[in-house]
Design a protein around this ligand. Structure first.
Ligand SMILES: [Zn+2]
Length: 149
């Protein structure tokens, strides 16, 4: 199956009434622990997890979902305490633990570039069997956020 540019769609806010599941997640060393409320639950047949071929996702092995910012709740640490990495358009902050280096999440820092959504790395989730996930290829490599609407 080939991927096209159209396969890389920007996230949309889930329907507030849709079913959700809350997952516990952490970086490797435990400096950061947080919960992520995802809709639909990852074991729902309609749930998809993005596997992106862009330069950063390929290197970090990101498997991600987008959730509204308020559905990421820190129980230890905070998003400000992550180390952050920026590249290209510098619109996205890529957050990782400064101690263990785990790549946990990414969030736009540009209010005009899909604000309010956090890209969360599902690999940090506890009790999720990655082999059961419905992975969807995302062609981030061909996606240029500097020219997208
Ligand atoms: Zn850590």
């Amino acid at each position: 199956m080939s991927t096209s540019k159209e396969d890389f769609s920007l996230p949309t806010t889930p329907d507030a009434s849709a079913p959700t599941a809350t997952y516990t997640a952490s970086c490797h060393c435990g400096s950061f622990t947080y919960t992520v409320t995802q809709s639909p639950p990852l074991n729902d047949p309609s749930a998809t997890v993005m596997e992106c071929n862009c330069s950063i996702c390929a290197r970090n092995g990101y498997l991600f979902v987008y959730v509204p910012d308020e559905r990421v709740q820190f129980t230890k640490g905070s998003i400000e305490e992550f180390k952050s990495y920026f590249f290209a358009s510098k619109k996205m902050a890529h957050y990782f633990c400064g101690t263990c280096g785990a790549s946990c999440m990414a969030r736009s820092v540009d209010p005009g570039f899909f604000p309010g959504m956090t890209c969360v790395n599902v690999r940090m989730f506890e009790d999720v069997d990655l082999k059961t996930l419905n992975l969807k290829p995302a062609d981030g490599k061909s996606y240029d956020p500097t020219t997208a609407a």
